[in-house]
Design a protein around this ligand. Structure first.
Ligand code: C2O
Ligand code: CU
Ligand code: CU
Length: 527
């Protein structure tokens, strides 16, 4: 065993140590060769499968104010590995689901129909769902609250305001206790909100504005997904997926591209870079455009975070191949090819030269980024930790929230309060991407030092690394009500690292206000 390598057996040892492992300062990246059980010959070599993007969803209807969409959640079988059938769950038949694109100021209504089987084909649980639009300041009853579940055979219309600034959002399942499995099965997709500032800046658009949803999977001998989450520590795959394809290769023209990169993995964090170590420009974070672009040669990308990255291929001669690589992060389990993500093959094709710049200023007036610590009215401390088999946040578990009739809260900021939240992870053995619903926030510091350059933009999820304390500045509003806060390592979230805060006093009830209906007895009216 070399210093940076642990055998498969050691990996198992680490996971079965459970609580004891928490005390171990694992100062290295755990590594093993592979973990899928399917014949190695069925797994394609990196950079042989053509890149593809999810389809863009067309509204079923539009009126003066609103775009109406309909999505059916159903089981499907798709070929992730060429020639191998894998059972999946899909939004409208595709994995990842279709991208929704909307202009600021238009409302959307997205009808979600749960047509999933009564039981998960392998795990046997009932695939109830709750759909969360991550990045949206939705009202509580449309926020995908974990207890607001639609069972198979039920439907619900979700209303989204879209008044926020341009950003990359994503919609994904949030059903209590089974978010991890449901998202891994395919219930995740991007949602792009556009605004006038964004389209006036000259940054890449249209064909050159490309969603990348990162995932990882491991396959059983029959091609089905394997689910082992190492006693809820984390679920890791040996096959890296981009938009549902293993290590794809994308043809790119000799100009700038804007990649909207979402880490959609269950538990894997990335440290991303180009294979030639050339710099890229980060222009957007979870909450949209940064005040100014940041030039970096690598960036750390935790689960659920979105980074919008501009790569300029103009400097490369046709035929050049540039890879997107993963250096790995502490406490993500690496396999032989998890250091590779995708490749770009530079081609000589003609291109539209419009919108091929990155200005020195992007969105300096973003109200979140102009907040100062002096405006805060109080500081709260929140610890993320493991207690036996159970993950806790703010000394609470979601079970305690459930047991309180969904009344208990971690914090009750006033509507429009500005607060500093200090999130502390004193473990050496885990990192936790902590997500607050409803709000965008500004990262003030990490262990007293400046945030990383890629974090100098509006955020809704923050990587709280091993032994780190991160301070964030949050303006609570504009909605009142109860909203979740949780770790976005999905087995942690499901078991039970999730709590809630309540903004103001009289927000709508997230479960009772707009309950799902039965397809059989309350069929949906036409949209
Ligand atoms: Cu992306 Cu509460 O989740
Ligand atoms: Cu969210
Ligand atoms: Cu966690």
């Amino acid at each position: 065993m070399t210093d940076d390598a642990l055998s498969r057996r050691d990996v198992l040892k680490v996971s079965v140590l459970g609580a004891a492992a928490l005390a171990l300062p694992i100062e290295r990246t755990v590594r093993a060769k592979s973990i899928s059980q399917i014949a190695e010959s069925r797994i394609p070599r990196p950079y042989t499968v053509p890149f593809a993007q999810p389809p863009v969803l067309a509204p079923v209807r539009q009126d003066a104010t609103t775009d109406y969409y309909e999505i059916t959640q159903a089981a499907t079988v798709a070929q992730i590995l060429p020639g191998v059938d894998t059972p999946l769950f899909a939004y409208n038949g595709t994995v990842p689901g279709p991208t929704i694109k909307v202009d600021q100021g238009r409302r959307t209504v997205v009808r979600q129909i749960n047509a999933l089987p009564a039981q998960h084909p392998v795990l046997g649980y009932t695939p109830w769902t709750s759909t969360h639009l991550h990045g949206s300041a939705s009202r509580p009853e449309y926020d995908g609250y974990a207890g607001d579940i639609s069972h198979p055979g039920q439907w619900k219309d979700y209303h989204y305001p879209n008044w926020q600034n341009a950003r990359t959002l994503w919609y994904h399942d949030h059903g209590v206790h089974h978010t991890s499995e449901n998202v891994y099965m395919g219930l995740a997709a991007q949602y792009h909100l556009h605004d006038a500032l964004e389209t006036s800046l000259g940054i890449p658009q249209g064909e050159f504005d490309v969603p990348l949803i990162l995932g990882d999977a491991k396959f059983g001998a029959d091609g089905s997904l394997l689910f082992d989450d190492n006693l809820h520590a984390g679920r890791y795959g040996d096959v890296i997926l981009v938009n549902g394809r293993p290590w794809p290769i994308m043809r790119v023209k000799r100009r700038k591209y804007r990649f909207r990169i979402l880490n959609g993995c269950t538990s894997r964090g990335f440290m991303l870079k180009l294979s030639n170590s050339h710099p890229v420009q980060i222009i957007g974070t979870d909450g949209g455009l940064m005040p100014a672009p940041q030039t970096v040669t690598q960036w750390r990308h935790g689960m659920a975070e979105r980074y919008e990255v501009v790569i300029d291929f103009a400097r490369y001669t046709p035929g050049t191949r540039v890879e997107l690589r993963n250096l790995g992060v502490k406490n993500s389990v690496d396999y032989d090819n998890t250091n590779k993500v995708m490749a770009f093959q530079v081609v000589a094709d003609a291109f539209d030269p419009a919108n091929n710049t990155v200005p020195a200023q992007l969105y300096p007036d973003n109200p979140v980024m102009t907040l100062t610590a002096a405006q805060s009215s109080r500081t709260r401390r929140l610890r993320v930790k493991k207690d036996g088999e159970i993950w806790e946040i703010g000394d609470q578990t979601w079970q305690e929230i459930v047991d309180s009739g969904y009344r208990k809260t971690f914090a009750k900021p006033d509507l429009d309060a500005v607060e500093i939240w200090e999130i502390e992870n004193s473990s050496g053995g885990w990192f936790h991407p902590v997500h607050l619903h409803l709000v965008d926030f500004k990262i003030l510091s990490r262990n007293g030092r400046a945030p990383r350059p890629e974090e100098l933009g509006p955020k809704d999820t923050v990587y709280v690394g091993e032994g780190e304390t991160v301070k964030v500045l949050v303006h609570f509003g504009p909605e009142s009500g109860r909203y979740m806060i949780h770790c976005h390592n999905l087995p942690h979230e499901d078991h039970d690292m999730m709590s809630q805060f309540e903004v103001g006093d009289d927000g709508p009830d997230p479960i009772l206000t707009a309950p799902p209906r039965s397809l059989a007895t309350n069929p949906p009216p036409p949209l």
